[in-house]
Design a protein around this ligand. Structure first.
Ligand code: NAP
Length: 457
């Protein structure tokens, strides 16, 4: 895909960008390596001051950035505003807590034959972030804010359809006072990623994106023996048991499914509902999905905007067509409306079986699959019947059920009586094909650190 801003609500190409050449990539990597040599010695107080300044700038530019994100990838203005606010909160959180997260971790010295022993967290160097378009600010900040606070420097290869958002972030850190070379956005083509990752000056990588991209990055980084964190796709279960507040479970479930126009890795995608409450839940859920207003994401009254790319919309369309062709029932939606742009109607399907693609694949659009189960055993088995393991939500007021759902669902995150979300205080990440490693919290900031053992006799 060319590097370009194409408005998904109209299909119009607004601006195109030339990728930088290999010589320029080399110059930028050299700059990152030299910036790291100085930046690693900057103390936490100074790093935090720059990070707070960057957060303040982003907050001040909220309206402009919100419109840019909406124009480039089609999320509603409300969603884009919320994304800016999440970024600001995260930057402030890591500005305030990184020193504490990375303080020397002492152990009992005499127990290891030492006068004193501890782990010291030290930065690794230039880290490459390969990022997707769906949360074009948040994904970058989620990686960059802790990486910078730990003393690393960042190289960013963003998705080709959000170049202006990417460049805005590049400028943001420099304007906030971070030394040149600490955060660099590289507008490059897909084939330029591998040599960059193999470059000995790039010491680690993090990728948020599809399974295929994750495999490709991990294979190269594995050969080069470089640390990686992978945040990949998800097909999160949303389990509803009889003791749940059905009205709230349905409303929150709809929000979770259609947030970001249905393009969120941690959205609830498979709704697994106990037989006793299935019909009531399905009635509430379908009515709410039908009531959503699909339209121009720049209109404040819109609930669901277009999908970000034509390819993405066509993919969702083909997944639903495959399910319908194999016998699934479409309870609402199921079509791309006849209008410009890459819209897809909020859709609910039921009667999904393992022969259908949607049973195993991630559906990256506003499509919910409803499943009826007889008991909690079946609910847990179905929740785990996926290659993914990112998040899971479970609705129940029964303590014993809650304990089983929390401990037996195979996922990196379980939210009870709520929807999976991201908070800087909590670790974020998955298991199985959803990836490995964690972002956010003390766990996230330590991923790109050398936990150096120090033993003093
Ligand atoms: P994608 O196609 O994998 O692209 C993500 C990034 O990886 C882009 O910058 C892309 O750039 C690059 N890329 C793709 N293939 C590559 C390869 N073989 N080698 C190196 N780089 C490569 O993903 P997407 O479709 O844009 O994003 C949606 C996916 O991201 C979904 O599966 C979603 O669940 C996942 N996601 C996960 C999380 C999480 O935290 N777990 C968060 C958000 C999204 P090019 O297009 O230029 O190649």
């Amino acid at each position: 895909m060319a590097i370009a801003t194409i408005n998904p609500a109209t299909g119009e190409t607004l601006r195109t960008f030339e990728p930088i050449g290999d010589g320029e990539v080399d110059r930028r990597v050299a700059l990152a390596a030299s910036a790291f040599r100085d930046y690693r010695t900057v103390d936490f107080k100074q790093r935090a001051a720059w990070m707070h300044a960057a957060a303040g700038l982003l907050r001040a530019e909220r309206d402009r950035v919100t419109r840019l994100v909406t124009t480039e990838m089609g999320k509603t203005l409300a969603a884009a505003r919320c994304e800016v606010d999440m970024c600001v909160r995260e930057m402030r959180f890591f500005a305030d807590h990184s020193e504490e997260f990375l303080a020397d971790a002492s152990v009992d010295g005499p127990a290891v034959g030492a006068r004193q022993a501890y782990a010291r967290y030290q930065p690794l160097g230039p880290v490459l972030g390969v990022m997707p378009w769906n949360f074009p600010l948040w994904q970058v900040i989620r990686f960059a804010a802790p990486a910078l606070m730990a003393g690393n420097v960042c190289l960013l290869k963003h998705a080709p359809n959000v170049p202006q958002t990417a460049l805005h972030l590049d400028g943001l850190f420099a304007r906030a006072g971070f030394p040149g070379g600490c955060v660099q956005v590289l507008l490059i083509e897909p084939e330029q990623v591998e040599p960059l990752l193999r470059d000995r000056r790039v010491v680690a990588a993090t990728l948020t994106g599809s399974e295929a991209a994750g495999r490709s990055i991990a294979a190269v980084a594995g050969w080069e023996i470089k640390k990686t964190v992978l945040e990949l796709g998800g097909s999160d279960p949303y389990v509803v048991m009889p003791s749940a507040d059905l009205g709230e479970a349905a409303a929150v479930g709809v929000t979770s499914r259609v947030q970001n126009n249905g393009q969120s890795c941690f959205a609830a995608k498979r709704f697994i509902v106990h037989d006793e409450v299935y019909d009531d839940f399905a009635g509430l859920f379908v009515a709410l999905m039908e009531s959503l207003r699909l339209g121009d994401p720049a209109d404040e009254a819109t609930d669901v905007g277009p999908l970000a790319t034509r390819r993405g919309r066509d993919h969702v369309e083909s997944q639903v067509a495959n399910a319908a062709g194999c016998g699934a029932r479409v309870l609402c939606g199921g079509v791309s409306p006849d209008m410009p742009g890459w819209f897809y109607e909020p859709t609910v399907i039921t009667g999904v079986t393992p022969e259908m693609r949607v049973f195993h694949e991630e559906v990256f659009g506003p499509v919910a699959a409803l499943y009826r189960v007889a008991d909690i055993d079946e609910a847990i088995a179905l929740a785990n019947a996926t290659p993914f393991g990112l998040g899971a939500a479970a609705w129940t007021d029964d303590v014993a059920e809650r304990e089983r759902l929390v401990s037996e669902i195979e996922a990196g995150m379980v939210y009870v009586n709520g929807m999976v979300s991201a908070y800087p205080q909590l670790p974020f990440g998955g298991v199985k094909n959803s990836g490995y490693g964690r972002e956010l919290s003390a766990y996230g900031i330590r991923e790109f650190c050398n936990a150096k053992t120090v033993w003093i006799g």
